[in-house]
Write a protein that binds this ligand. Structure first.
Ligand SMILES: Nc1ncnc2c1ncn2[C@@H]1O[C@H](COP(=O)(O)OP(=O)(O)OP(=O)(O)O)[C@@H](O)[C@H]1O
Ligand SMILES: [Mg+2]
Length: 272
């Protein structure tokens, strides 16, 4: 059964999308079949893998019940990696979800009152039952809105990227509290933290080292051993529509994401 992993942190610019794209490509390269879902209307995963924004290509028509999730999957240039892209219409999903939730609270909702919470979980069922993918990675937007909530309800695990910067733990309790709330309320009993990935580590500064120390003290062995360095090549790769293992395979950034992917596969118990 494929694991569904939400890559999430409501803080912006911490490396969620960079991690989603590069871990997907690195997992694919070691033979693990990945479905990457771009759940952010900014569509950075989509462009980072060289796709243009295309109308109706995102999960929005799936939320509306007009299309099936499996019909939105496209193969990428990376071996073993498929994507469900995003485009601007995903902005409307947040509004649609708010409307559905309002209808529910007013008692107007018809067939399925929980649709605004469970639509993604339902839509993913054929993928969970099927054998096409080993892992589903979902790149979340930088918010804890209804779109992210539906991702957390549909996921088995969370992967939290944290930037090696000031106050990395600020706001992190919002996600971990929400995770615990979803578990204890029975909405998503199996939700677990698969790991915290430290990103943009700058070896020239004491700050980066201090931050890693602080995060390890807090999250203990949940923190990945692999640390992603701050590297210009990692930042450049998306403008070429490529993950780092294709853009600069022998760089430090490439080695770091390869190692992070191997660590993730081990944590998931996937044999390579
Ligand atoms: N290891 C790295 N080294 C250098 N630059 C990086 C690294 N990781 C990410 N970046 C750059 O930092 C910026 C933010 O990264 P990214 O888009 O992955 O973050 P995000 O958490 O997805 O942001 P958002 O919250 O806006 O979705 C991007 O310009 C990206 O290219
Ligand atoms: Mg992003």
């Amino acid at each position: 059964m494929p694991s569904v992993i939400a890559i999430t942190n409501q803080k912006g610019g911490v490396g969620k999308t960079t991690t989603a794209v590069n871990i997907s490509a690195c997992l694919g390269a070691i033979g693990i079949k990945v479905l990457l879902i771009d759940m952010d209307a900014q569509a950075n995963c989509t462009s980072g893998l060289g796709f243009e924004k295309t109308p109706n290509a995102s999960l929005y028509p799936v939320l509306l019940g007009e299309r099936k999730l499996t019909g939105q999957i496209i193969k990428t240039e990376c071996e073993n990696v498929s994507i469900i892209p995003s485009e601007f219409d995903l902005c409307a999903a947040e509004v649609e979800l708010a409307r559905l939730s309002f209808e529910t609270t007013k008692g107007k909702s018809r067939k399925n009152p929980d649709h605004h919470l469970t639509w993604l979980k339902e839509a993913l069922k054929p993928i969970i039952k099927g054998k096409e993918f080993d892992v589903v990675l979902i790149d979340c937007p930088p918010s804890l809105g209804k779109l992210t909530l539906s991702v957390l309800i549909a996921s088995h695990m969370l992967l939290i990227p944290l930037q090696c910067e000031y106050y990395p733990l600020e706001g992190i309790s919002s996600i971990t509290d929400l995770m615990n709330q979803l578990k204890s309320s029975g909405v998503n009993k199996q939700l677990e933290l698969i790991g915290v990935l430290m990103t943009m580590f700058d070896s020239r500064t004491n700050l980066s080292r201090m931050v890693v120390g602080e995060v390890r003290e807090h999250f203990k062995d949940k923190v990945f051993n692999t640390i992603i360095p701050r590297a210009t090549r990692i930042a450049e790769a998306p403008s070429h529509g490529k993950p780092i293992i294709q853009y600069d395979p022998y760089s430090a950034g490439s080695a770091a994401y390869e190692s992070a992917a191997i660590e993730l596969a081990k944590r998931l118990g996937i044999k390579q």
